[in-house]
Design a protein around this ligand. Structure first.
Ligand code: PLP
Length: 425
């Protein structure tokens, strides 16, 4: 357990979160290096008998230190933009372990990927395939590509994080995939390496994976029988984690499923876990600014809001909340609505959290905040964007400074024609 109480204080590994809050200010994201390593190792162990590579999906948490940590343990990188390719390279991920996905890759992103010599580009449409072919030819190189197929499987997750259904914008329809794969094999400047799929995020049961992977493997076999070059099957990410009462995907069960489905297939496997590797390794620590007692409700107002952690406002997600000081046994817990300071009605973390009495200055931690947290933080309302801290055993370091308002507006310019003269009144 990376987070737990020792002597009444909530710790991340060997460090009291209060100590980190004092050093880095609040709100602050805190990550456990040990928890990230152990998730990656669990996957690597489970798939030890299969030719599998794990490319960490940077979009879950793209901090350079996080990417470096996982790369150091053997992970590659799954990227969805030119910027993420740059981050992966900067963090030290070898290009031959980087894949580039994304619904619409712009010319510069394709050029960057090809110039960097990354492992493969996952292609999402025919126009994109033709564009990659043209750019690779112009650069005098050959692009390794995988065709992203949409297996038309409902992932039993939140509508806004489902990607593998017919109505979703991702990938190429299953039925037309053979034709498009054959096109890829015939175009100059591209070399198809295999298939890619990614059906959604926060999937906590194996059934959707079984359906989608089954379709992917069947298509892979069909295409190979047609004599097309097939060497790699990229099965994406989406492995669910525990927020409240769910349980995380079991790597051993997943590996057994994949082993059964791909038995005798003779291909390289690639996975793109994001959330699974980092979500439960992180918390968001925030301070109570005010406690407001309304007629029949208690509002606990924090210095973190939807600008810091957007998942509740964006997806209706709920994160568990722990006080940094453990409530003494027998403390009467009372319902409270926990909200942020942002001027939006949707800036609510959740209603009816059961919390001990809270005074201004008290510190709390949202759990399972390591994925899709800091990366979605914004400058909205010009509040300082959160710092990020990485803990390893008994030591910790700031891996991203707070972004203060003066830094947020440092890149803004008042044009001359507005700068001269007094404000109109
Ligand atoms: C977002 C994404 C992932 C990672 O999803 P998780 O649910 O965080 O594991 C993997 N592959 C692709 C193509 C993605 O867009």
């Amino acid at each position: 357990m990376p987070f737990g109480y020792h002597q009444g204080r909530l710790h991340c590994e060997g460090v009291a979160l209060e100590e980190i809050a004092a050093a880095a200010g609040t709100p602050v994201y805190v990550y456990s290096a040990g928890a990230m390593r152990s998730r990656l190792h669990a996957l690597q162990r489970a798939f030890a008998g299969q030719r599998a590579m794990f490319c960490y999906a940077l979009k879950a948490n793209h901090n350079l230190a996080v990417v470096r940590l996982l790369a150091g343990e053997g992970a590659g990188a799954d990227t969805v933009s030119g910027g993420e390719v740059m981050r992966a390279l900067k963090a030290g991920v070898p290009p031959e372990r980087i894949v580039l996905a994304g619904v619409a890759k712009a010319d510069e992103e394709i050029r960057l990927a090809l110039a960097s010599g990354i492992l493969q580009l996952n292609v999402e449409s025919v126009p994109e395939l033709r564009r990659i072919s043209a750019i690779a030819q112009a650069m005098g190189t050959t692009a390794s590509v995988a065709i992203r197929v949409n297996p038309d499987v409902a992932a039993a997750t939140h509508d806004k994080i489902s990607t593998g259904r017919k109505q979703d914008k991702f990938g190429i329809a299953y039925e037309t995939a053979p034709e498009i794969y054959a096109l890829a094999a015939s175009l100059p400047g591209v070399r198809p390496e295999g298939l890619h799929m990614h059906i959604g995020s926060q999937i906590t049961t194996l059934e959707p994976f079984e359906k989608a992977y089954g379709r992917g493997v069947a298509l892979f076999r069909t295409l190979r029988e047609q004599g097309l070059p097939m060497r790699r099957l990229d099965l994406g990410g989406g492995f669910g984690v525990r927020y409240l009462h769910e349980s995380a995907i079991d790597p051993e069960a997943l590996a057994a499923l994949v082993g059964r489905l791909t038995a005798g297939l003779d291909c390289e496997l690639l996975f793109e876990p994001g959330r699974y590797l980092v979500a439960e390794a992180g918390v968001l620590v925030a301070a109570v600014i005010y406690v407001k007692e309304a007629q029949d409700r208690r509002f606990v107002i924090l210095d973190a809001g939807m600008n810091t952690l957007m998942r509740p406002a964006l997806y209706g997600a709920r994160h568990d909340l722990l006080p940094l000081r453990e409530a003494p046994a027998g403390t009467h817990l009372q319902p409270a609505d926990v909200v942020g300071p942002i001027c939006e009605s949707s800036d609510v973390f959740g209603r009816d959290y059961h919390l001990p009495p809270m005074a201004p200055g008290a510190l709390v931690a949202f759990t399972t905040a390591g994925a899709y947290g800091a990366v979605m933080a914004s400058d909205y309302n010009s509040r300082p964007a959160p710092a990020e801290v990485l803990v390893d055993g008994g030591r910790f370091d700031v891996i991203r400074e707070r972004r203060l308002p003066e830094e947020q507006f440092a890149g803004e310019r008042i044009p001359d024609w507005l700068a001269s003269g007094a404000p109109a009144g």
